[in-house]
Design a protein around this ligand. Structure first.
Ligand SMILES: *Cc1c(COP(=O)(O)O)cnc(C)c1O
Length: 435
């Protein structure tokens, strides 16, 4: 299968090029040239399939042309080795918990799958692959954990000093092995800028085989369609009117859901729920794409003013707003509404939701109120509430149990290399690292 750019001017590339380069030279994003729907027989069997079986089914559908089935089985068994869980709130509402992985957010699925696939794709290369990641916290943790111990790949993480939480910093800096953390005296934007310059620096790319693990990589996107598909299979016996509500930031997660629908998975509708960063709801309403700097909120992983995967959604719908509107509804919510939703969900159901999940719940309730009909709603829970105790605990007036994944780093020793935000210092570090 070839991969093409959403801008379609760059020529089609192989899976290996799409995954290792991450981004086409024309500034678009890679998409598979074709999305061939699953056969009706596989779709009928969805309700009986485990999450791992569903993952393998889709992995084969996407990658069978390029990677042997035994290798695909290995990639899936090594990356999808924790569960997703469906938690029923009432007859029409379930929460899909995608946070049971090592860093307790859905980004673990994409990061782990990409790590295993990259490791496969560089087999036979005699150069080590160096992955550069700029992070404001969560992406870096998921990537560090996903790539830990993968042979032939080293990961260099740049994070802004003093601007990530203590727990996040410990997750970034205590992994060891093939993971190195650089503590940059600057902002997240500085970190991102340093990585961007390194990618276009010929002297660096002559010495190092560089790749990125950012959220636009197609290898991070595709595996996110697995849990949409599995969850749809779990509820399709109750109703064919399946609605997913997705808390959105860069819109990668929901794009994976839209891909699952294109693969024939019976999903009726999507709700794209955002916080005050409302670029997409406005776009869907007016057709005007007004990107702007992000606005800080309590659902901070969704503070995105220029959602990168919009290009993929527009590509999937050939820029046809009306078709988009028939598949997707989108609303934005304030922090106060989010806080009230956390409280209400707790008092009504005894269920603790994190701020991102609460935005998803708000979106689903709004859709339900508008449609007034029976449906099976699945709200994607993107992170464990214990990651946001300062926000959630005062609202529910109790302490959240902290899962061992989040604390096991705290006893270790931080190992980070201090770095200025000056590119020349970073460049020297990279050149020295190339040996
Ligand atoms: C990244 C993230 C999101 C947003 O996901 P996108 O794919 O960028 O839309 C939502 N919630 C949490 C907890 C996240 O980490």
């Amino acid at each position: 299968m070839k991969y093409i750019s959403t801008n379609t001017t760059a020529s089609a590339v192989s899976l290996k090029d799409a995954v290792l380069t991450s981004m086409p030279s024309d500034g678009g994003l890679y998409m598979p040239e074709q999305l061939i729907p699953l056969d009706p027989d596989s779709l009928r069997k969805l309700p009986e399939m485990s999450f791992q079986e569903v993952s393998l089914l889709l992995t084969k559908a996407y990658l069978e042309d390029d990677v042997q089935v035994t290798d695909l089985e290995h990639i899936v068994s090594e990356s999808m080795n924790f569960d997703v869980q469906l938690h029923k709130l009432d007859d029409q509402t379930s929460i899909l918990e995608t946070f049971h992985g090592p860093t307790m957010a859905f980004k673990d699925f994409g990061a782990r799958f990409m790590a295993q696939l990259m490791s496969h794709l560089i087999r036979g290369e005699n150069h080590e692959l160096t992955i550069l990641v700029a992070t404001s916290g969560d992406t870096g943790s998921a990537v560090a954990s996903g790539f830990l111990g993968i042979p032939g790949i080293r990961v260099i993480i740049l994070y802004p000093s003093g601007k990530v939480s203590h727990r996040q910093e410990m997750q970034l800096t205590t992994q060891g092995q093939n993971i190195t953390a650089l503590e940059v005296d600057g902002s997240f934007d500085d970190c991102q800028q340093m990585v961007k310059i390194a990618f276009v620096d010929q002297e660096v790319s002559k010495r190092l085989m560089l790749s990125s693990a950012n959220s636009i990589n197609i290898a991070r996107l595709l595996p996110q369609s697995f849990y949409f598909t599995w969850a749809a299979g779990q509820v399709m016996k109750h109703s064919r009117d399946i609605v997913f509500s997705v808390p959105c930031g860069n819109f990668g997660n929901i794009t994976a859901g839209l891909i699952a629908k294109r693969m024939g998975v019976p999903i009726q509708h999507f709700v794209a729920a955002t916080n005050l960063n409302a670029v997409f709801p406005e776009y869907l309403k007016t057709g005007l794409l007004n990107t702007r700097p992000s606005h800080p909120t309590i659902s901070n992983a969704m503070d995105v003013g220029n959602p990168s995967n919009l290009d993929r959604i527009r590509y999937l719908y050939e820029d046809d707003l009306n078709r988009m509107r028939s598949d997707i509804s989108s609303w934005s919510y304030t922090d106060d509404q989010t806080r009230i939703m956390i409280q209400e969900t707790y008092s009504k159901f005894g269920y603790i939701s994190d701020p991102h999940t609460a935005v998803g719940l708000l979106g689903y309730h709004e859709y339900q109120a508008q449609k007034k009909k029976n449906m099976q709603g699945i709200v994607i829970s993107t992170a464990h509430p214990a990651k946001f105790p300062e926000t959630v605990e005062p609202l529910i007036d109790c302490m959240i149990d902290i899962p061992p994944q989040l604390t096991r780093f705290l006893q270790r020793e931080k190992q980070a290399m201090p770095m200025s935000s000056d590119y020349t210092e970073f460049k020297q570090y990279l050149l020295d690292a190339s040996g």
